[in-house]
Design a protein around this ligand. Structure first.
Ligand code: ATP
Ligand code: ZN
Length: 296
């Protein structure tokens, strides 16, 4: 069988999380910082470590089988290819729980912003001209392009543009540059994409196996294992407080006729206020444990 090729960002905001995810899926890797390719020694998988901007194209051209990339970079590449009539097919097979950010329009504090129409025909600096073009034209506005691959946030002060359209997560970078976020044009997360070209059956089975492991890892992260002692006469009320805890295990306690032990998996984290409510209902010895892996 030919080896499955997965493209990941080499270094940057998605790099560590992407690698961590694959490791949690049981893919053992020997990463050499200098090398483009890393081979797994326990599965027929090769990892290609590249710039995030290259990942959608590598998947769309069938050079790699799957890739992990931000939806912002993915859709920008798709629109770019549509624009120049280049094949852009791929399949998005799942969104992930990291890389959250938004693509926003921002202006300086002196700018009299009355809504997106205030930007009509002005110059906007961005690394995402295609996403911006689609958005502006859907609203019926035009703009002058100023494509910058980096330092977008300094463009207004440097007199290069009237506004910017850039990625924001906390907003700290905008603030540090005296910019105010006005409108969100796109929300993004990291996602897994698969090539639309023919993939042989054994390879596809391996992809399915990895995807099912990814589901298990993400589900486990969101879930908690709960153990507590509950008074029998308040058992149902206590169980009702545990989110998504289907059918908990109930066990008897030695020398306590009035109490039982409850073990349950909840589909969400349990916060302090829920624990306090459980205690008020008579629960004791409450333990909340993280779950390492999960399978249906
Ligand atoms: P590369 O060298 O791979 O081209 P880069 O500098 O283009 O890296 P990063 O800054 O590492 O990219 O961001 C990678 C991705 O992380 C973004 O495309 C986006 O999907 C996501 N991301 C999450 N939060 C942010 C943020 N605050 N700013 C920028 N990107 C973010
Ligand atoms: Zn990039």
């Amino acid at each position: 069988m030919t080896r499955l090729r997965i493209a990941l960002q080499k270094s940057g905001r998605l790099a560590t999380e992407s690698l961590k995810l694959l490791k949690k899926c049981g893919i053992r890797l020997n990463i050499n910082e200098q090398r483009l390719i890393a081979h797994s020694d326990n599965l027929p998988i090769d990892i290609l470590r590249v710039r995030d901007d290259d990942i959608p194209g590598l998947v769309m051209d069938g050079v790699v089988d799957i890739g992990i990339v931000g939806e912002n970079v993915l859709i920008e590449e798709q629109y770019e290819r549509e624009f120049i009539n280049k094949a852009a097919s791929y399949e998005k097979i799942r969104v992930l729980d990291f890389g959250q950010c938004r693509l926003s329009l921002a202006v300086t504090s002196e700018f009299d912003y009355q809504g997106i129409e205030s930007l009509n025909k002005l110059r906007i600096a961005t690394s995402y001209p295609n996403l911006l073009r689609k958005f502006m034209s859907s609203k019926g506005y035009e703009f002058e392009d100023c494509k910058l691959k980096g330092s977008v946030e300094v463009a207004p002060r440097a007199g290069l543009a009237d506004a910017i359209c850039d990625l924001v997560s906390t907003g700290a970078t905008l603030e540090a540059n005296g910019l105010i976020e006005k409108d969100v044009i796109f929300r993004s997360r990291a996602c897994v994409i698969q090539s639309a070209s023919n993939i042989d059956q054994t390879k596809q089975e391996l992809i399915n196996k990895i995807m099912s492991r990814i589901n298990g890892v993400i589900q486990a992260k969101e879930s908690k294992y709960i153990m507590l002692h509950a008074p029998k006469d308040n058992l149902q009320n206590i169980i009702n407080l545990l989110p998504g805890a289907g059918n908990p295990t109930i066990m008897s306690l030695t020398n306590r006729e009035d109490m039982v032990a409850v073990h349950a998996v909840s589909s969400e984290d349990i916060f302090w206020d829920t624990m306090e409510e459980l205690k008020l209902l008579g629960a004791s010895s409450i333990l909340i444990l993280p779950i390492e892996k999960m399978m249906g």
